[in-house]
Every structure is written in structure tokens, then in C-alpha cells.
Design a protein around this ligand. Structure first.
Ligand SMILES: NC(=O)c1ccc[n+]([C@@H]2O[C@H](COP(=O)([O-])OP(=O)(O)OC[C@H]3O[C@@H](n4cnc5c(N)ncnc54)[C@H](OP(=O)(O)O)[C@@H]3O)[C@@H](O)[C@H]2O)c1
Length: 311
């Protein structure tokens, strides 16, 4: 990749924290907008990276951030809906993407990368989350931009995402009641997703393509929790919850701060989180094992969490 101006939307999140140092090391000039600049302090040390305190949901702020002739990487995503329509799946995944694409077209953006989610490719997504991810993908494909779409499985790493969430539970609960415990997953290492995005920037053959990104091993949600406990050198007893009880639990949890589990997430888990394609290998990358992806998890004492329960 030559030196480039890159706007990374959602760059302060789990995946962004793994992507940005790599992008910076390639000499890119990077802009990262955020609603929470106080949580993005670690990004300030990266060379040629500008953190812009703003809300990209505000239609005024977006156009001025898009680098003319540059690259836009869209990582914004939510797992559960916040209060108010502006914090719902439709607003955050679909309408925001629509505005980003329009502004990117106007600015003559050279390259656009979009992170969706595994399961967004099914014909009739069972959850609002997956349906909104699918609708956003459709907008990207129709945009006419030089776009590449990625559909990661559950993303695994030592410092964020589902592993951090389960690590907190493993630390505090000797027995973990688990909804959808037998759901199939092939978790992908967060660094592999970051590397896949960079490969796509390097390779124009990836334009117009969609890559499903999975790890090399298939497991279940219960197996993933055990792998998290193993990485922390702890033992956990997983107690699979029957579906009816899981729905009741989700119905309660979705009203609590942090929204540990929602009924919509249970519906997303109905779609097997395993890949039909070999996206990483197609990009010339060797998938990292789950054990290696989670290495270092036990070393982390605490990952800060914001009021939305995001880490
Ligand atoms: N983690 C996984 O297991 C997983 C699996 C499949 C797909 N994905 C997808 O991968 C992408 C990155 O995931 P991640 O785990 O890095 O997410 P994350 O850690 O939760 O970060 C989400 C990012 O989105 C931004 N954001 C959230 N709501 C927003 C809103 N209403 N308006 C503007 N910005 C908003 C946040 O920016 P602020 O700094 O402004 O808060 C944050 O930088 C997402 O699209 C996600 O759906 C993730």
C-alpha cells in the first residue's frame, strides 16, 4: 500500500485497536472519529493518526471527514440496540452506511472496506442485527464504490469482544449458566481480521468481493467459553440453559445495563457461526488457532468498559 489518507469509522473499537497500529506502520495518514475521545487515548501515540471527537451520526460531521480520493474503512457496529431510534440497528448499520457511502461517492473515495458479520448472507436473517447487516451490505454492493465486504465469525482476542465478556463471567462465577450453549462457532482471531482488511487494500482483485472470515477450528459457544477459561488458567462448569429458560434470561438481561444478552442475539445464534468459504486462505492468510488468538487473556486484569457495556 502506498501512503494513503484513510478514514476509519468505528476505529476505537476492539477490531480498530488491532487494525490501526498496522495501518499506521504502513505510513497511512489516519482519521478516527469517536464519540468517546477519553477512551481513545492509546491511539494518540500512533504516528499520523488524528482522533476527531465527533458523532458521525450527525449528518454535518461526516462529509468533512471523508478523505477525497482516499480510503474509508467502515467498522461501526453494535450488538444490541441502545435507547432511541438513533441507537437502533437500522440507524447505526443501515442509515449510517447509506450516508457514508453517499459522502464517499461525492468525495471520489478510491477504496471502501466494510465489516459486516457472518450470517448476514443468509436469505432470511432471523434477527434484526443480521437483517440490518445484510441491508447495509446490499447498499455497499449497489454503491458503485471499489468496495470489499468482510463477514467475520465471532472475533476472538485477549482484549475485547466476546472473550472479554466471558472472561469476566468466568472470573466471578464457578458455574456459568449459558444460553445457546450448543451453537456452532468458528471464532476468528482479531489480528487475522485486521490482516485480511490490509490484504484487501493491497490487492485490487478483492474489489467487489465478500469474504467470510473464520478461524480454523469449529467449536460451540460452550467450547468457546471453556477455551476462554483455559486461556485464563481457570476452570469453569458450563450449565447449558434450555431454550425456553434462555429466552426468559435474555428478556431480563436486555433491560439491564451492559445488555449481557438479548433475545435478538439468541436469534442471531440460530445461524451457525461457521464459514462456508475459506476467506482468510483466499486472501493468502493462514488462520490463527483459537488458543493462539486468546493467548494473553489471563494476563489482562481489567479491560475498561464504557456505559454501553462495550469493551
Ligand atoms: N466483535 C465481534 O465478535 C464481531 C463479530 C462479527 C462482526 N463484527 C463487526 O465488526 C465490526 C467491529 O466490531 P468491534 O468488535 O470492533 O466493535 P466495538 O468494539 O463494539 O466497536 C464499535 C465501534 O463502533 C462505533 N459505534 C458504535 N455505535 C455507534 C454509533 N451509534 N455511531 C457512531 N459510531 C458508533 C464505536 O465508536 P465510538 O468511539 O464513537 O464509541 C466503536 O468504535 C462491527 O461492525 C461489528 O458488527 C464484530
Amino acid at each position: 500500500m502506498t501512503r494513503d489518507d484513510v478514514l476509519v469509522l468505528g476505529g476505537t473499537g476492539f477490531l480498530g485497536r488491532h487494525l490501526l497500529p498496522r495501518l499506521a506502520a504502513r505510513g497511512a495518514r489516519i482519521t478516527v472519529p469517536t464519540r468517546h475521545p477519553h477512551l481513545a487515548r492509546e491511539l494518540h501515540v500512533l504516528p499520523q493518526l488524528r482522533v476527531v471527537p465527533t458523532h458521525i451520526g450527525d449528518p454535518e460531521s461526516l462529509p468533512s471527514l471523508i478523505p477525497p480520493g482516499g480510503t474509508v474503512i467502515q467498522l461501526v457496529g453494535i450488538l444490541s440496540e441502545g435507547r432511541g431510534a438513533e441507537a437502533g440497528f437500522e440507524a447505526v448499520h443501515v442509515e449510517l452506511t447509506r450516508r457514508v457511502l453517499a459522502a464517499a461517492r461525492r468525495a471520489g473515495v478510491r477504496r471502501y472496506l466494510h465489516v459486516s458479520a457472518l450470517g448476514a448472507g443468509v436469505d432470511h436473517p432471523p434477527s434484526r442485527y443480521l437483517a440490518s447487516k445484510k441491508a447495509a451490505e446490499d447498499l455497499v454492493r449497489a454503491s458503485g464504490l471499489a468496495a470489499t465486504i468482510f463477514r467475520p465469525a465471532v472475533v476472538a482476542g485477549p482484549d475485547g469482544g466476546a472473550a472479554t465478556l466471558f472472561a469476566r463471567l468466568v472470573r466471578t462465577l464457578p458455574v456459568l449458566p449459558l444460553a445457546a450453549a450448543s451453537s456452532r462457532l468458528a471464532p476468528v482471531a482479531v489480528d487475522d481480521v485486521a490482516r485480511a482488511l490490509l490484504r484487501a487494500l493491497d490487492d485490487p482483485h478483492t474489489i467487489g468481493k465478500t469474504y467470510e472470515l473464520c478461524g480454523p477450528e469449529e467449536t460451540t459457544l460452550a467450547g468457546f467459553v471453556r477455551a476462554v477459561a483455559h486461556a485464563m488458567d481457570r476452570r469453569v462448569r458450563v450449565l447449558p440453559l434450555p431454550d425456553g429458560l434462555a429466552r426468559i434470561e435474555a428478556g431480563l438481561f436486555e433491560h439491564l445495563p451492559g445488555r449481557l444478552l438479548t433475545r435478538d442475539q439468541l436469534r442471531s445464534l440460530e445461524v451457525p457461526g461457521v464459514c462456508t468459504g475459506e476467506g482468510l486462505r483466499a486472501l493468502g492468510l493462514m488462520p490463527t488457532t483459537l488458543t493462539a488468538a486468546l493467548a494473553g487473556l489471563g494476563a489482562r486484569k481489567k479491560v475498561p468498559m464504557d456505559s454501553a457495556g462495550r469493551s
